[in-house]
Structure formats: C-alpha cells, structure tokens
Design a protein around this ligand. Structure first.
Ligand SMILES: Cc1ncc(COP(=O)(O)O)c(C=O)c1O
Length: 413
C-alpha cells in the first residue's frame, strides 16, 4: 500500500503547450513522430529536418472532415511551395485525397514525377516568362490560374479555346495575428492577382481569345487563426462581385492561408467556424470550393534539429550559437514569425530558465532564430529542436555563406 502523503509527492510537471501524441518528453528525452530525437541526430547529423507522415495525414483528414461536414463539393490541393520533399509528396499522393498546388514549371514537373496527374495539379504563378507558359501548356489538363492581363493574352495566343482560371486580388488581405508581411492583397498594394479595375478587361480579353474562364482564385494571406475570421468574412464578401460575373464556373479556389498555433497564446484555428463561413459565402452555388493549404498540412508536422556550438553573454544578451541560420529557415528573419526552440534533453526540474537568444551561423545581423527564448542553461553539443518547421523551411533554404547543407527525413511511427 502506498503510504506517501499526497502533499509530499513531487508534482508532475505540466506538459508544455506544444506537446501532443507523438511530440513531447518521454523519460526526459524529446520524441517526435514517436521517435527519440537524439539518436536520429547522431545517426543522420545536423542540420536535420524531420517530418511526421502521420501528422500530415491527420491535418489533411481534419480539414477534409470540416468541409465534408458542410456538404460542399470541394477539393483540396496541397501547396507544395511549403515543402516539396519528394517522400512527403509521394505519401500525400498515396493517400489519394488531395491534389497539388504549384507555382513554377519545375514544381509541376516534380508533382508529376511524384505521381500526381496533370488534372490533379493546379498552377498559380506570377511573373511568368514565355518559356514558363510554353512548359506549363505541355501538361494537358493542368488547371491554370492567370494573374495578369499579359498572361491571358499570351495563353490566348498559344492555346486559344483553353480553360483558364483568374487569380483575383480582392483588395483585402489577411495574415498571422497583426503580421502585415504575410498579406498577399490589400491596402499595402501587392503584385498579385487581377485587380478590381482590371477585371472587366480580363474577361473581355479571355472572350476575345475564346478562353473559357472556369474558375476564380483568391489567395489573400498566410497564417490566419480564429481571431482573424471576421477579416476572412470581409474578404469573402469582397470576392462576391467577381464571382457574380462569371457564368458556368467550375470552381472558386480560396487559396491557402490557414494557420497553426506558433506560440503558447495561439489557439488552433476553429475549422468548424471556418468551414461554416466558406459554406455560407460560397455554398450551394453550383461550383466546387477548392482550397490549397500549405502550412496547415505540414508546418506542425516538421522540426529542425540544430546543435549548440557557442554560449556567450554579449552586453545584456545571452546568445546560444547554433549550426544553422536563416539560410535554412527564413521565417523568423524575413516574416518575423516565431520559431520556438525546445531542448532535446529535458532540463532538470531544478534548472532555472533564462532568456536566451538563438543566433544562427550566418554573417548577417538579421540571422537570429529566436530572441529571448526562455531556456535552461545550454552547453556546446546540446541539441535544440525548432518546432513548426515543416512549412517554408527547407523549401526556402539557400546556400548563403555556402552553409546550405542539411538533411531531410520523413518519419513514420
Ligand atoms: C497562391 C498560393 N496558394 C497557396 C499558398 C499556400 O499558403 P499557406 O501555406 O499559407 O496555406 C500560397 C502561399 O504563398 C500561395 O501563394
């Protein structure tokens, strides 16, 4: 019989806000996708991107269930610009419940090589060259959304009679919290889409070439969560006058932009409220609702593992230098998005946390992966896992300072 009085038992440490099945500490060791991370780093080296196949599947199923619950005809296209790792694309292909959104001829070629049929690929690009357009038109059945009058004229000349979609800029944008850098439409003015005053000319131009406008495309920003849904409602309202002008439409593509929690005070996007809004604004109109999420499917299904190599206080700041930087994950530096570092070995319960700024190994002042993260004392050789690194990490990596090398792995339980 256990005689220890309740009050003298050491309290169980609360699970961190980001933990979930498959991600969290087990016996003091951080696990991801059901695997201990330290042995994976030892076997594969760092920098190492790891992706959780089961989490990607769950994210897709959850999104599809939210749309299915509204009884809408819908299709989901995975935005491969967020992560184009071939094993991940092939895993999605095997699921058979999503197509792919692409933005360059090379992405289309990769999607095809990973098994996606042309009519299961949607293309929405910008600043296209003649060579780009010629390469795209070789894929019979590819869904093509054009974002300029110039593209309409050129596709009209190369493929008269073809079906096209038009990317529209509804004049309003949305993004993670108050982040303005992630808005793709709106007051600031962006390069994307056909603007309201251009729309009549776009329709005339399409008609002149016998092009059939079969869809409209609206992607207005990235990372929105539940508090931003009223803005999304305004955006959807702003889309209506465009929708009303296209007869016999096959699809309205709402783009991507669905966000995930990046810090403790974020809550997951209320998918039910989101799909209710979609149904209310676009349901029952005889066309299909398409969406093309990137981050929502892959961001929280990835971590980036880096090794600490320098710990030093400079002025008032305690820096921990690591063997990666903004060349491997650009979002903190360029989009001011949080990339939360977590120690791979859990700290002793008695360890005092202190604000630690994670410095990358690139010779640019911008190259900080996180400012003032509350971390236990770090030492050389410690491993840090950066959470929510599955989207726009590896796919945006560069070779700046000739430090572009990293490995990727798709994990199954
Ligand atoms: C046209 C288009 N569609 C979809 C996406 C995917 O966005 P997200 O990853 O935020 O869902 C993007 C991202 O830039 C985009 O430009």
């Amino acid at each position: 019989m256990n005689t220890t009085p309740l009050s003298s038992r050491s309290p169980r440490p609360a699970a961190p806000w980001w933990s979930r099945p498959g991600l969290g500490y087990k016996h003091g060791k951080l696990h991801f996708a059901g695997h201990a991370l330290a042995p994976l780093a030892r076997r594969n080296g760092t920098p190492l991107y790891l992706y959780d196949a089961a989490r990607v599947t769950d994210n897709l199923l959850r999104l599809r269930a939210a749309l299915a619950a509204r009884d809408l005809p819908f299709r989901v296209f995975y935005a491969m610009k967020s992560n184009r790792y071939p094993p991940l694309l092939r895993a999605l292909r095997r699921l058979g419940t999503c197509g792919v959104d692409t933005c360059s001829p090379a992405e289309v070629a990769r999607a095809r090589a990973c098994g996606f049929a042309a009519d299961n690929i949607s293309f929405t690009g910008t600043a296209l060259s003649d060579a780009d357009l010629a390469a795209l038109l070789r894929h019979d059945g590819l869904v093509l959304n054009l974002d300029s009058l110039h593209d309409i004229a050129r596709v009209g000349a190369l493929a008269p009679g073809r079906q096209i979609g038009l990317r529209i800029n509804p004049g309003l944008g949305i993004g993670y919290r108050r982040n303005r850098l992630l808005r793709y439409a709106g007051g600031r003015g962006t390069k994307f889409g056909i603007h309201r005053e251009q729309f009549p000319a776009a329709l005339r131009l399409a008609r002149r070439h016998g092009l059939v406008v079969e869809g409209l495309h609206f992607h207005t920003g990235c990372g929105y969560l539940t508090p931003q849904l009223p803005v999304l409602a305004e955006i959807f309202s702003a889309c209506q006058p465009f929708v009303a002008q296209v007869a016999r439409m096959r699809y309205v593509n709402l783009g991507g932009g669905l966000g995930i929690p990046l810090i403790a005070s974020d809550r997951p996007l209320d998918l039910s409220a989101w799909s209710a809004l979609v149904a209310q604004q676009f349901g029952g109109r005889g066309f299909e609702i398409w969406c093309e999420p990137g981050d929502y499917l892959v961001k929280d299904a990835g971590v980036l593992l880096l090794e600490v190599n320098t710990v030093e206080r400079k002025g008032r700041t305690l820096y921990a230098g690591v063997n990666g930087g903004f060349q491997l994950h650009i979002e903190p530096a360029f989009y001011e998005l949080p990339l939360v570092p977590v120690p791979v070995r859990a700290a002793a319960p008695s360890a005092r946390v202190r604000p630690t700024t994670i410095a990358g190994h690139i010779n640019e002042a911008l190259d900080l992966l996180h400012r003032d993260a509350l971390l236990p004392p770090l030492a050389n050789g410690d491993l840090l896992a950066f959470l929510n690194a599955g989207g726009y990490g590896a796919s945006m990596a560069s070779n700046h300072c000739m430090r572009g090398a990293f490995r990727e792995l798709l994990l199954s339980p």
